[in-house]
Design a protein around this ligand. Structure first.
Ligand SMILES: NC(=O)c1ccc[n+]([C@@H]2O[C@H](COP(=O)([O-])OP(=O)(O)OC[C@H]3O[C@@H](n4cnc5c(N)ncnc54)[C@H](OP(=O)(O)O)[C@@H]3O)[C@@H](O)[C@H]2O)c1
Length: 287
């Protein structure tokens, strides 16, 4: 039995769907009744990362836990402290108590217990706690997702004919990755001895700058996309603060990743931005 925490979210949903399609026995940890959205073969366990006893109950009879759960798109009582730090620790401890053998944690590139960014610090603390838990562990550290930040910053405006706003020069190169690639590596890691007690850093098959991303969209849309740049440190009207902070951080380093070895080890063919757009954009946009 594989327990998935975060299955009502985007990445966890993909993982749950694919595992159950492969015929694996799957249990999802949920906080509200999912009203049959996981299909009849998926077991449901009610619980909350903030409630340790619910987690012990959910972990009963489980061989492996996969967690994508995080607080960033939630609010109220779900915070980095209560969910990403303490909640994840609760889940690791519950799994240990229930003698779970395998634990896969979706972390983030740059996670470290000494990071100055609270989310990356909480992820780093979780990785450390997990590595000391005695379970067989894998920490998955994806680079920035194509599906979310890249589609939000460039895709949304470009598709609606609005100007794209970049923070800084937009010339730093990052290996943006699709969620479907992250799901594929997670599934492969579950049964791969190569992934045992390892941190897997995941990127897409090509490093791209924001300027490169705009150029790919221009090619697809067959027209120019207007770009406005805002100097680092200046306010960006209409852009949520956390996006501004993320774009500012991405201007301070490059994160190109050579994925050839990983792709071969785990049998995952990385998805390029062009391939992602071909499979997700409405057909009238595809050149
Ligand atoms: N965005 C990026 O570029 C990026 C890059 C690297 C890594 N990541 C990581 O990728 C992972 C997947 O992200 P995502 O976008 O798929 O997340 P998401 O869609 O925001 O889903 C969040 C999930 O966490 C669950 N959750 C939140 N608080 C909980 C609690 N107290 N108890 C139980 N469950 C709780 C939510 O359940 P409810 O539906 O009940 O709220 C939901 O299922 C995250 O760990 C994220 O940090 C993201």
């Amino acid at each position: 039995m594989i327990l998935i925490a975060g299955a009502t979210g985007k990445l966890g949903g993909l993982i749950a769907q694919q595992l159950s399609r492969q015929g694996e026995p799957v249990r999802v940890l949920v906080r509200a009744d999912p009203a049959g959205s996981f299909g009849p073969t998926v077991e449901v366990a009610f619980g909350d990362l903030k409630d340790p006893s619910s987690l012990r109950e959910a972990c009963k009879g489980v061989d492996a836990v996969i967690t994508t759960a995080n607080s960033t798109a939630r609010g109220g009582a779900d915070t980095i402290e209560s969910v990403d730090l303490i909640g994840n620790r609760n889940l690791v401890d519950a799994a240990v108590s229930e003698r779970v053998r395998r634990f896969i944690f979706i972390s983030s590139l740059g996670a470290h217990p000494t990071s100055t960014m609270p989310l990356l610090r909480a992820k780093g603390e979780t990785e450390k706690h997990l590595a000391e838990s005695g379970m067989v562990w894998t920490s998955i550290q994806p680079n920035v997702y194509i599906d979310l930040l890249l589609m939000g910053v460039v895709g949304g405006p470009a598709l609606s004919g609005a100007p794209v706003t970049l923070v800084g020069s937009g010339e730093r190169k990052h290996s943006f990755v699709t969620m479907s690639d992250v799901a594929a590596y997670t599934l492969a890691a579950l049964h791969s001895p190569a992934a045992e007690n390892q941190t897997l850093r995941l990127g897409g098959p090509e490093p791209l700058s924001w300027r490169d991303v705009v150029a790919v969209f221009e090619q697809f849309l067959r027209h120019a996309v207007e770009v406005r740049t805002v100097p680092i440190g200046e306010p960006v009207p209409g852009m949520p603060d956390f996006i501004v902070q993320l774009l500012t951080a991405l201007e301070t380093y490059d994160s190109p990743m050579d994925m050839a070895g990983m792709a071969e080890t785990y049998g995952v063919k990385g998805t390029s931005l062009r391939e992602f757009l071909s499979s997700t954009l409405p057909v009238q946009h595809v050149a």
